[in-house]
Write a protein that binds this ligand. Structure first.
Ligand SMILES: Cc1cc2nc3c(=O)[nH]c(=O)nc-3n(C[C@H](O)[C@H](O)[C@H](O)COP(=O)(O)OP(=O)(O)OC[C@H]3O[C@@H](n4cnc5c(N)ncnc54)[C@H](O)[C@@H]3O)c2cc1C
Length: 398
């Protein structure tokens, strides 16, 4: 089944790996996509939220998304400040989706296969092969058997706990301050206010540096989770407390699935390539630092990586210098924007609950949407300027 040589081996069957594999296969390269889990996409480590813009982008690059990949379309959000004040965002039309990742990720991988890539689940890459300072393949394990597979380029799309890049010699270690801890239950029998709206709760008591979310997947089913900075208490503590404190929503709820995982919310890498190696997605910390969404970022990075790798292979030069065009393209297309959003995150995480309450009085839902996209920082800076103790923070935004 597995050959001993491919043009490119992609490690990891998430959105980053599938997008890279599809782009490469479309360009006529011989591609192998390896996923260590027996079933691509499950168990999820994700709240499964995607904006309508991201859905459109993925559709353009990966093909028309089948309805079964989407659990529920949503048309807005209800955001709660620590004092309970609400900010309502109502688009009046579909503005995002809560996906069904166990179906969506499989579909993404199938799109790569359709383009010509060979996809294989339950195959773990246990090491990389290096020759003359070039990464030249992987050692993989499938059903107890070891395979030595050569490749001109290896793509490390192996997620937040990535080992492939480090084994190849690229230090991708992130600072603890840039990693949020996520914990989530998929629950049923919930009493949501409006199952077409996501709900978010902010505050240093509820979720230090992060937020609690309810992402509805149906009338009474939702992903209920929390992302928090690494503190002395685990994320599960905050989620369980929130559930206990909100019997109106949860008194009859049951837990269908438990998900946990780290979320890199910053620490973008200047260099993401070596001779014969490219890193994409969570493995390269490519996540929106404010809301923690990474499916879109991984898909974009996979595409850029695929284009640069195909070009490098065509010209017969897979050196770090040639592949570093990926660094430049990614930083131009996404990195600069995401870095700005990381700066915003660093400001927001210093705000007290009182500051959050003040912002909830002043800001509109539209403002909040724009902040998460890396826009309108000037407006936020001007509001913070009004409070003497926040002037130095505000200057970072103006
Ligand atoms: C609690 C939580 C909630 C989140 N909510 C959202 C959200 O609502 N929206 C959003 O857009 N993002 C969200 N994210 C982030 C999102 O899940 C990731 O950013 C996204 O999946 C990254 O895609 P990826 O392809 O880089 O990595 P992944 O999707 O993690 O895929 C990496 C794959 O590599 C495989 N792998 C790892 N090592 C090996 C190996 N050695 N050999 C073979 N295979 C290997 C893994 O099994 C995995 O399937 C959330 C994350 C968490 C933890």
């Amino acid at each position: 089944m597995l050959k001993d040589r491919y043009d490119v081996v992609v490690v990891g069957g998430g959105p980053g790996g599938s997008s890279a594999a599809r782009t490469l296969a479309e360009k006529g390269l011989d591609v192998l996509l390896l996923e260590k889990r027996p079933s691509i996409g499950s168990e999820k480590r994700c709240a499964e939220g995607l904006s309508i813009g991201s859905l459109k982008m993925i559709k353009e690059k990966m093909g028309k998304i089948p309805r079964k990949c989407i659990a529920q379309m949503v048309n807005g959000a209800i955001i709660y400040a620590p004092n309970g004040k609400e900010v309502l965002i109502d688009f009046g039309e579909d503005a995002g989706a809560i996906m069904e990742r166990k179906i969506f990720d499989k579909w993404l991988a199938a799109q790569a296969a359709k383009a010509g890539a060979h996809v294989q689940a339950k195959t773990e890459v246990v090491d990389v092969i290096k020759k003359n300072d070039f990464v030249s393949g992987v050692i993989a394990k499938f059903e107890g058997e070891i395979y030595n597979i050569e490749a001109k380029v290896v793509v490390a799309a192996d997620g937040v706990e990535s080992t492939v890049a480090r084994k190849a010699g690229l230090n991708t270690t992130n600072k603890l301050i840039n990693i949020d801890s996520g914990f989530q239950y998929e629950m049923c029998n919930l009493k949501m206010r409006d199952p077409k709206k996501i709900e978010l709760w902010f505050g240093n008591e509820v979720a230090p540096r992060g937020y609690v979310w309810i992402f509805p997947k149906g009338k009474d089913v939702a992903n209920v989770g929390v992302g928090v900075a690494m503190t002395d208490k685990p994320a599960k503590y905050y989620l369980d407390k929130f559930i206990e404190d909100n019997p109106k929503i949860f008194s009859r709820a049951s837990i269908l699935e438990v998900n946990a995982g780290g979320i890199p919310v910053g620490g973008f890498l200047k260099n993401m390539v070596l001779n014969g190696l490219v890193v994409v997605g969570d493995a390269a910390h490519q996540v929106n630092p404010i809301h923690g969404g990474g499916m879109k970022e991984a898909t974009i990075a996979g595409m850029i990586a695929g284009e640069v790798i195909a070009k490098s292979i065509k010209k017969g030069d897979v050196s770090q210098k040639s592949l570093s065009e990926y660094n430049k393209k990614w930083w131009d297309k996404r990195g600069k924007k995401l870095q700005k959003i990381q700066n915003l995150r660093e400001v927001v995480e210093k705000l007290s609950d009182e500051d959050f309450n003040m912002l909830a009085e002043t800001l509109t839902g539209d403002d909040l949407m724009e902040f998460s996209r890396g826009n309108r920082f000037f407006k936020l800076g001007k509001i913070l300027m009004k409070k003497p103790n926040l002037i130095s923070l505000a200057r970072k935004l103006i």
